[in-house]
Ligand binder design. Structure first.
Ligand code: SF4
Length: 95
């Protein structure tokens, strides 16, 4: 997602490059939260896939526990799954 939520307003920020600037925010907050996103998330994910800061956005959302909406072409359910996998790898690196 975009907006002016830079912590340091003088520093360049990945959000300044966000492709979702000016898009309807409701596109990025579909009602369903599925690990297999369907039509509701299609438009948002299409915009994300063309976004030059997709990976920075996705990483931010995962690291900050963003639990709502489409960020970096992922749903909240997908990000939770990624977070769990990361935690599992940290806890049991030899598995
Ligand atoms: S990846 Fe998607 S949600 Fe993230 S900044 Fe780009 S367009 Fe917005």
């Amino acid at each position: 997602m975009s907006g002016s939520f830079s912590e340091d307003h003088m520093a360049p920020d990945w959000r300044d490059q966000a492709s979702c600037v000016g898009e309807d925010p409701e596109i990025f907050f579909p009602l369903s939260d599925s690990a297999s996103p369907g039509d509701e998330a299609f438009l948002a994910r299409t915009i994300c896939r063309r976004c030059s800061v997709l990976l920075a956005c996705r990483s931010w959302a995962i690291e900050h526990g963003e639990d709502d909406g489409i960020w970096g072409a992922t749903t909240a359910a997908q990000r939770r799954k990624i977070r769990r996998a990361r935690l599992s790898r940290e806890k049991w690196p030899d598995r």
